[in-house]
Ligand binder design. Structure first.
Ligand SMILES: [Zn+2]
Ligand SMILES: [Zn+2]
Length: 211
């Protein structure tokens, strides 16, 4: 795979991790809202009795509106809204890709990446990174990067700023020093050296380079 493909796969895994966290946050918000309603339902029972008693006396029940308000639809949770708009965007991106019925669009896109032409992989990578950033912004979640154990220098720029994609099972490594490939003569050791591409290595490859 070219660097564009590796970046796109890493972005897809990162986005899937962010979407799982976003979904968990949205479900937690719904659970909180339901717990809140249950509390109010308990309150609404005595309030209805209270209201009936007052209705007999010819008075309105000031608490009935409050009790009914508990059942009115509330504002959608921001995490659920963000999740919905990201999934719609992913559906659009995955629209023309093959996939098993019911398979989520992020998985379909990720599985299609190795077969993409390099410029399509690069565009897909950009789109996925954009959605990943949007999801993580909602959660105040940091990017899917962790320092590389042993902190070895980058084979290309020699700065010790290599970081590993933790959500990607292949744990690809990138140089965070804005380090780009210079092509055939680049000392990076990427199997496919591509002028202008941000450096990315599979971790086994990097271990070999460092050795
Ligand atoms: Zn570098
Ligand atoms: Zn290079």
């Amino acid at each position: 795979m070219t660097p564009h493909h590796l970046h796109a796969v890493a972005a897809a895994w990162s986005l899937q991790a962010a979407l799982a966290a976003l979904q968990a946050a949205a479900m937690e918000a719904v659970a909180d809202a339901l717990a809140g309603d249950t509390g109010r339902r308990d309150i609404s029972i005595p309030s209805q009795q209270f209201g009936r008693r007052h209705a007999l006396g010819g008075h309105g029940d000031p608490t009935a509106d409050h009790a009914l308000g508990a059942w009115a639809p509330t504002r959608p949770d921001p995490c659920a809204e963000a999740l919905g708009s990201i999934l719609r965007e992913l559906d659009r991106l995955a629209g023309h890709l093959p996939g098993a019925p019911g398979q989520d669009p992020a998985t379909r896109i990720r599985q299609a990446i190795p077969g993409m032409r390099p410029h399509v992989a690069a565009r897909t990578s950009q789109a996925l990174r954009h959605l990943d950033r949007a999801a993580r912004r909602h959660l105040h979640m940091p990017p899917d990067l962790a320092p590389l154990p042993g902190n070895p220098p980058c084979p290309a720029c020699r700065l010790q700023m290599l970081q590993v994609h933790t959500a990607d099972p292949t744990r690809t490594v990138v140089c965070t020093a804005d380090c780009h490939c210079t092509g055939d003569t680049c000392p990076c050791g990427m199997p496919v050296r591509l002028e202008g591409a941000a450096h990315i290595w599979t971790s086994d490859r990097l271990t070999r380079e460092a050795a």
